[in-house]
Design a protein around this ligand. Structure first.
Ligand SMILES: [Ca+2]
Ligand SMILES: [Ca+2]
Ligand SMILES: [Ca+2]
Ligand SMILES: [Ca+2]
Length: 97
């Protein structure tokens, strides 16, 4: 599972999480980290309570930033990604802090 999240900064991850346009890696806030490994919504360098607060505010919507897996909705699958990355910087799985 974690391996599928690697290469997130620069390399398309393949068909695991294509968006509506068929692109395999979305970066809706344009910070260079693909959404699937970027739960740092306020871009302060860490996934923390501020990001969780934002996530909660858009839970159940189609908010593009919080839709980490590109499913088109913000749901528990996205929350699972956020939780897995909580306290960590955005970026590829296994990258050093
Ligand atoms: Ca991003
Ligand atoms: Ca943050
Ligand atoms: Ca970000
Ligand atoms: Ca989603």
């Amino acid at each position: 599972m974690e391996d599928a999240l690697d290469n997130c900064t620069s390399v398309a991850n393949g068909p695991a999480a294509p968006d509506a346009g068929g692109a395999s890696q979305r970066d809706t806030d344009g910070d260079g980290f693909g959404n699937v490994c970027d739960a740092d919504f306020d871009n302060n360098g860490f996934v923390n309570f501020a990001d969780l607060a934002y996530f909660r505010s858009v839970f159940g919507t189609a908010d593009s930033h919080a839709d980490l897996d590109g499913s088109g909705f913000v749901n528990f699958a996205d929350l699972a990604i956020l939780r897995a990355r909580f306290g960590s910087p955005p970026g590829p799985a296994g990258a050093p802090p």
